[in-house]
Design a protein around this ligand. Structure first.
Ligand code: NAP
Ligand code: MG
Length: 455
């Protein structure tokens, strides 16, 4: 039986394409093809693997505008964001193309011989991707995995498979051998779960919700399968009274409303020192009201629609009748899964809007008394992915940065993820780190070999 899914443009609700969803037998044969292809890929000279990855980066670069347009129509990303995302895939491939020739082991002093370590590829790696950033998140898994000599089977989210499918074609055209990188569209419960249970898949690199991540981790226990998890977040934007309040207020909307808030790093809790609370909200209001929620294909659009009707309903549930909406921006009417940027203040401690990841354009404001109070509130969550700190006091910035239990912080900015620095979560935001110079550790096994030199 053939199953297909309708891929929908979330800004227009029109069906743009039908995509075939793989069934269990097709997944199994793809995994077997990957395992066979991996052996040849790992045996290639490091310089040859590097050259093919550089060619892959060039192929993505050549198709960057096409990929960006595809993401605008499939995921509702603004065209400027989508261009950045396609460029990010190129850059991640280019960065890790430097890895095959630098996959160093060590030589460790021992008596009676020499001792060396090798970083061996794992085999087949299963990369499972969510719908919120289909292109970058896929590449953060597949590029270092391929560089380390693994084969990759990649499952895009059912809602957003188009750019991944195109990237699969581009890599093949660039010369990555058949079977080494395969994109397998399908349901999480079928394709994704088969990655967990199939013994030839040696590692799962999962990005998505904390609930599904926990199931994957439990499933991986059965074969002691390696797993990296990048999960949800409820990150704090902490504004101290001594900060540049104008700059902090001007940048706060994009820090939570970018990608319509469908960003695991969204600064969805705004913690403001009580003495400047009212002043800060006065500065924030015009910035929120003027945030441009427009057709994502419009060059000046700052925010597009949510991904689906179902997701919009889930976001709207956090803003019921009588919710403490301090102010809100605007959104188009008519077709599309639109939701306006919304600021909740004051938000009652313990309320769902404050504790749960909304994954939509909803910001919860909380006042704090002093440094200790700010740290306590920032850490009062099961998540720990990202966050920002605004202050002119360098010592305070560093004390607070060290005290907040989160994986990636920025001071006086809302930096996004950089492919050359590590990224990942504390607590229930994840397990392991992606990107940066150490990402290859997560895609290799360390092997120790002792060679006797005694007669
Ligand atoms: P999700 O429901 O957890 O899905 C993520 C991926 O897992 C999808 O490809 C999904 O497939 C698949 N999946 C679902 N059930 C599965 C199962 N039982 N076995 C194997 N795979 C399964 O998450 P989402 O709704 O797409 O994305 C939103 C969530 O991702 C948010 O919570 C967000 O914070 C998190 N996220 C985290 C990061 C990060 O880096 N930390 C980045 C982005 C997103 P289908 O959807 O096709 O069924
Ligand atoms: Mg889901």
């Amino acid at each position: 039986m053939t199953t297909t899914t309708d891929v929908v443009n979330p800004a227009t609700e029109e069906v743009i394409e039908q995509v075939h969803l793989l069934g269990p037998e097709e997944v199994d044969s793809a995994i077997e093809r990957a395992a066979a292809a991996q052996r040849g890929w790992a045996r290639l000279a490091p310089g040859e693997r590097a050259r093919l990855l550089r060619r892959a980066a060039e192929a993505v670069d050549g198709a960057a505008e096409e990929l960006a347009r595809l993401e605008v129509s499939n995921a509702g990303h603004t065209i400027s964001n989508a261009r950045f995302e396609a460029g990010n895939v190129r850059d991640v491939l280019a960065y890790y193309s430097g890895a095959p020739e630098r996959l160093f082991g060590r030589q460790i002093p021992v008596a009676g011989g020499i001792d060396v370590t090798f970083r061996e590829p794992l085999g087949v790696v299963g990369v499972i991707v969510p719908w919120n950033f289909p292109m970058p998140i896929a590449s953060w898994g597949f590029a270092p995995a391929l560089a380390a000599g693994n084969a990759v089977v990649l499952k895009p989210a059912e809602l957003t498979p188009l750019t991944a499918i195109r990237i699969g074609e581009l890599l093949l055209e660039a010369g990555i051998p058949e079977g080494v990188f395969q994109v397998l569209p399908g349901k999480g419960s079928i394709v994704g779960w088969r990655f967990v249970t199939h013994p030839l898949v040696r590692k799962i690199c999962f990005t998505g919700s904390t609930d599904v991540g926990k199931k994957i981790m439990a499933g991986c226990a059965d074969q002691v399968k390696r797993v990296t998890l990048e999960l949800g977040g409820k990150s704090a934007n902490v504004v101290f009274a001594d900060a540049d309040l104008e700059r902090a207020a001007a940048s706060a909307p994009a820090a939570v409303f970018d990608n319509a808030g469908q960003d695991c790093c969204a600064r969805s809790r705004l913690l403001i020192e009580a003495s400047v609370h009212d002043r800060f909200l006065e500065l924030l209001e015009p910035a929120v009201r003027s945030f441009r929620v427009l057709d994502p294909a419009d060059e000046s659009s700052q925010m597009g629609p949510l991904i689906s009707a179902q997701h919009r309903a889930a976001v709207a549930a956090f803003v019921p009748e009588g919710a403490p909406v301090a102010f809100a921006g605007t959104a188009p009417s008519g077709p599309g899964y639109w939701f306006p940027p919304t600021v909740l203040a004051p938000v009652a401690p313990g309320s769902a809007a404050l504790s749960e990841e909304i994954f939509g354009p909803v910001l919860s404001v909380v006042p704090f008394e002093d440094e200790a109070d700010a740290i306590r509130i920032a850490n009062d969550t099961n998540y720990g992915l990202s966050g920002s700190i605004w202050t002119r006091d360098v010592g305070k910035a560093l004390r607070v940065a060290r005290a907040i239990d989160t994986g990636a912080l920025s001071v006086n900015s809302h930096s996004s993820v950089r492919y050359w620095t590590p990224f990942g979560g504390f607590k229930q935001s994840g397990l392991g780190r992606e990107l940066g110079p150490d990402a290859l550790d997560g895609f290799t096994e360390l092997k120790n070999v002792f060679i006797a030199t005694d007669d």
